[in-house]
Design a binder for this molecule. Structure first.
Ligand SMILES: [Zn+2]
Length: 302
């Protein structure tokens, strides 16, 4: 059976990395929280379409709106971690990162009463420069990561990363490499990278979020069909709850590029998402890992 991954990064409109200079962590309390209402809306859409998703919940949000993760879990979806304070991995020391991912994991597990296996870094900020992040994730008890964007970008991405889900295996020298044929016994994490589109020798990051809002819906339809019929691979789609909320307060002071990307076509997203859910089959990443026999052993053992 073919399936695609549907993922949501559960954070609010004032927490996106593009606004971090005008809306730093110590100012978050002053903004109106809209993330719970928007997540409820997403849960409704999923319920109507009978689809399953992974929600990477930010710890800061979970602390203020504890019902969010409970509602996600009660509806049968996967609760995973987006870290605690939405700091990009390469702006933290290894110790700070380790503390951030443990804090959010513990918080979410206490709320939903089940183990949290997955992690997604803010702004997909795991790259070769911070490969120690995999040690920290593994030691903290995570069993998969979905933070690699296989694109060339000055701030994030590992351009040579394969496009499909892979194991990241610890080498004897202590580093991490990806491996296509790892067996169940090894010390490994699964990496589920963001889907990209190969065009003119480049991987283009056009598979979710702002691109979903920018490009006509038929483009997304083409991409999913391309993954289904040509590549025979699951497509990884991502979105944020604030992207279906055209009523959100505007944040002043950010540059025009950030504002353009953030506010573009917010009023079209919900309709497009409904179409997407009607036309394609999605699942949570957790389901894929437990379906995969070799790796389900790792999940059971943890
Ligand atoms: Zn985020």
């Amino acid at each position: 059976m073919h399936y695609n991954f549907l993922t949501f990064d559960v954070e609010d409109y004032f927490q996106v990395s593009a606004f971090e200079k005008v809306s730093p962590l110590d100012s978050w309390e002053k903004w109106e929280l809209r993330v719970e209402k928007n997540t409820d809306k997403l849960l409704e859409l999923l319920d109507e379409s009978g689809q399953n998703a992974t929600f990477f919940v930010l710890g800061w949000v979970a602390e203020r709106c504890p019902e969010i993760s409970r509602k996600i879990a009660a509806a049968g979806h996967e609760v995973a971690s987006h870290g605690y304070a939405h700091r990009r991995v390469y702006t933290q020391s290894r110790e700070e990162f380790g503390a951030d991912i443990r804090r959010s994991k513990q918080l979410l597990e206490d709320q939903v009463g089940e183990e949290v296996f997955g992690y997604r870094a803010p702004s997909f900020s795991i790259s070769e420069k911070v490969s120690w992040a995999y040690d920290e994730l593994y030691d903290a008890g995570y069993r998969y990561d979905s933070s690699v964007f296989p694109v060339k970008h000055d701030l994030y991405g590992i351009s040579e990363w394969p496009q499909r889900a892979n194991c990241v295996v610890k080498t004897e020298e202590g580093g991490w490499v990806y491996s296509a044929d790892c067996v169940g016994e090894c010390h490994c994490l699964r990496e589920i990278p963001v889907s990209t589109f190969r065009f003119a020798g480049q991987n283009l990051p056009i598979t979710g979020g702002g691109y979903f809002r920018l490009l006509p819906y038929r483009f997304t339809r083409y991409l999913l069909n391309y993954f289904l019929f040509r590549k025979h691979q699951p497509f990884m789609f991502y979105l944020h709850p604030w992207e279906i909320d055209p009523e959100q307060p505007h944040i002043g002071g950010a540059g025009w590029k950030s504002r353009f990307r953030h506010y573009l076509n917010l009023d079209l997203t919900e309709r497009r998402l409904r179409l997407l859910l009607r036309e394609f089959h999605f699942t949570a990443i957790r389901e894929f890992l437990t379906l995969d026999r070799e790796h389900s052993e790792i999940l059971k053992a943890s």
